[in-house]
Design a protein around this ligand. Structure first.
Ligand code: AMP
Length: 484
C-alpha cells in the first residue's frame, strides 16, 4: 500500500469505528454529514434496509415510528442522489416520499436536511393547507427529494406544475395510515406517474390485506423487513387505566396535571371538538395547553407542535392525527382522555412516550361505556391493563359548561358556546374527591399487571371506521380526503 492509500484508510477508519453506517455502504461526505447530524450506530431497521436498498432492491418495511425508518430509507436515497450529481430537470423530482400527514412530511424533510448538510441536495415539501404558489416556485427548477402528502401533489401533477416521469425513487411512509385516510387511490395514481424503472420502499406499522395488495402491485420482489411485531407496545412504557365517568374526566385530568412530576404531556381525544373542549377546560383550570387536529390551519398545527417541541408548551391536546409519526423527545406522559375508535390507535398514541429508551407513562381514562374498546386494546397488546384508580363510586361533579362529554348533543352545545363561560360566569373546577396520581402509574401495580389475555375470548373485534375515498379520479377532481 503506498503512502497515499494509507492516508485514505486512516481518514476512513474513524467513521468505520465510530459508526456502523460505513459498514452498511455509506461513505464520503454523506457519511460525514450523517455522523455530524448525531446519528450514532445504525438501528436494526437501518442495518437491514440500507444495504439491499443500495443494491437496488425494493423494500417492504413493517415498522413503527421510533424504529429509525426515516433514516433507513433517506440515507440510501441520499447516497444515490449524491452519486448522480446536481444536474436536475425542471419541474422534476428525483425522489418522492409520500406521507399521510403534513406533520410527518415536515418531520421527514427536516430529518433529510439534517443528515445532508453540505451535500447540495435540494428538498421540497408539497402539502395541503399552505400556499401552493411557493411550492410551485420551489419545484420549478427541479428538486432532488420531494416530500409530499398525496392530495396536494395530485393537484400539482394534474396541473403540470410538477412531473414525476423522472422520479426513480419512491417511498410510501405509514402506508396503513394512508389507507385509513382514503389516500390509496391517489397513491396508486402518483406511483403510476413515476418512472417505470423506479425503486420503491413501503413502510407500514401494520400489514392489513389492502396494504399487502398495494405492495404486491407496486414492488418487485421486495426485501421484507419486520422490526416490531404487529401491535406490540414498547416495553419502557408503564400503562394503566383510571375508571372515570365522562363528567368526571375533566377534574381527574386537572388533578393529574397539577402533579409537577408530570413533565410534558400529550392528551389524546377521540374527536376534534372533544380536543378543543379539553383544551378550553384545561385553560379554565389554569393550565397552558396547545391543541392540534385536522380542523386547524397548517400554521396553527405547526406552531402548536413547535411550542411543544421546544418545551414552551407543556401540554399538547391532540386527536389521532398526532398519534403516529410525530417524534417529540421527552414526552413523559400520554393521557388518553378517551379510548380511540380503533384499538390500533392506542399503540400509536402511547408510542409518543418512552422513546429512544426513555421511560414513559400512559394513562387511559375509561368511562364504563368504553370498556368494550378497552378490552379490544388489551387484546391487541396482549396485556391486561391495571386499574390504577376508580372514581365510579364517587358522584359526578356539578355539570359545567364547556366540559366535553363525548355525546354529539353536548359537544354541539360546546360549539355553540365557544367562550365556554358558565351561566353564573364561574368556571373554576371543583376539586375531585380522589384521582390517580401519575406516580401511581410508575409504582408496580396489583397482581393483574401485564397478564396475558386469553386469546380468542371476549367480544368480536370492532369494525374500524375508515374514511374512504371511493371515487375514480385521474388527476382530475379534488381529493376527497385531505391530510387530516
Ligand atoms: P423515526 O422512526 O425515523 O421517526 O426515528 C425515530 C428517532 O430515532 C428520531 O428522533 C431519529 O433522529 C432517531 N434515530 C434514527 N436513527 C438513529 C440512529 N442510528 N442513532 C440515533 N438516533 C437515531
Amino acid at each position: 500500500m503506498n503512502k497515499k492509500e494509507n492516508l485514505a484508510v486512516e481518514q476512513e477508519q474513524p467513521h468505520a469505528v465510530t459508526s456502523g453506517f460505513a459498514a452498511l455502504g455509506l461513505s464520503g461526505a454523506l457519511l460525514k454529514a450523517v455522523l455530524q447530524s448525531g446519528l450514532s450506530d445504525p438501528k436494526p431497521i437501518q442495518a437491514q434496509a440500507i444495504p439491499p436498498y443500495l443494491a437496488g432492491r425494493d423494500i417492504l418495511g413493517i415498522a413503527q415510528t421510533g424504529s429509525g425508518k426515516t433514516a433507513a430509507f433517506s440515507l440510501p436515497i441520499l447516497h444515490k442522489i449524491v452519486a448522480l450529481g446536481t444536474k436536475r430537470g425542471p419541474k422534476s423530482a428525483r425522489a418522492l416520499i409520500l406521507a399521510p400527514t403534513r406533520e410527518l412530511a415536515v418531520q421527514i424533510e427536516e430529518m433529510i436536511r439534517a443528515v445532508s448538510k453540505g451535500l447540495h441536495v435540494s428538498t421540497a415539501l408539497v402539502l395541503g393547507g399552505v400556499s401552493r404558489a411557493s411550492q410551485v416556485k420551489k419545484v420549478r427548477l427541479g428538486v432532488d427529494i420531494l416530500v409530499a402528502t398525496p392530495g396536494r401533489l395530485i393537484d400539482l401533477v394534474r396541473e403540470g406544475d410538477i412531473s414525476l416521469a423522472e422520479t426513480h425513487y419512491l417511498v410510501l411512509d405509514e402506508a396503513d395510515r394512508m389507507l385509513d385516510m382514503g389516500f390509496l387511490p391517489d397513491v396508486r395514481r402518483l406511483a403510476k406517474a413515476t418512472h417505470p424503472k423506479r425503486q420503491t420502499a413501503l413502510f407500514s406499522a401494520t400489514m392489513p390485506p389492502e396494504i399487502a395488495a398495494l405492495a404486491e402491485g407496486l414492488m418487485k420482489d421486495p426485501v421484507r423487513i419486520e422490526i416490531t411485531p404487529q401491535s406490540s407496545t414498547v416495553k419502557e412504557i408503564e400503562q394503566g387505566v383510571v375508571m372515570a365517568r365522562k363528567r368526571q374526566k375533566r377534574s381527574v385530568l386537572a388533578t393529574m396535571l397539577a402533579d409537577e412530576s408530570m413533565g410534558q404531556v400529550i392528551v389524546f381525544s377521540r374527536t376534534k371538538h372533544g380536543a378543543d373542549a379539553v383544551t378550553r377546560n384545561l385553560e379554565r383550570d389554569g393550565f397552558t395547553a396547545a391543541v392540534i387536529h385536522g380542523n386547524k390551519s397548517q400554521n396553527a398545527r405547526q406552531k402548536a407542535l413547535n411550542g411543544f417541541r421546544d418545551g414552551s408548551v407543556r401540554i399538547l391536546v391532540a386527536t389521532d392525527i398526532a398519534a403516529r409519526g410525530i417524534d417529540v423527545p421527552g414526552i413523559s406522559h400520554v393521557v388518553n382522555y378517551d379510548l380511540p375508535d380503533e384499538a390500533e390507535s392506542y399503540v400509536h398514541r402511547i408510542g409518543r412516550t418512552g422513546r429512544n429508551g426513555a421511560e414513559g407513562i400512559a394513562i387511559t381514562l375509561c368511562d364504563p361505556s368504553e370498556t368494550d374498546k378497552l378490552r379490544q386494546v388489551e387484546r391487541i397488546i396482549r396485556t391486561r391493563l391495571p386499574v390504577l384508580a376508580s372514581h365510579l363510586d364517587k358522584p359526578d361533579p356539578e355539570p359545567r359548561k364547556g366540559e366535553p362529554t363525548g355525546t354529539p348533543r353536548e359537544e354541539q352545545a360546546n360549539r355553540r358556546n365557544p367562550g365556554g363561560k358558565s351561566r353564573s360566569g364561574h368556571s373554576q373546577p371543583r376539586k375531585p374527591s380522589h384521582t390517580a396520581s401519575p406516580q401511581a402509574a410508575k409504582e408496580k401495580p396489583a397482581a393483574n399487571r401485564h397478564q396475558p389475555l386469553n386469546a380468542g375470548k371476549g367480544e368480536a373485534a370492532g369494525k374500524p371506521s375508515r374514511k374512504k375515498f371511493r371515487g375514480r379520479r385521474r388527476f382530475g377532481r379534488k381529493p376527497a380526503a385531505q391530510a387530516a
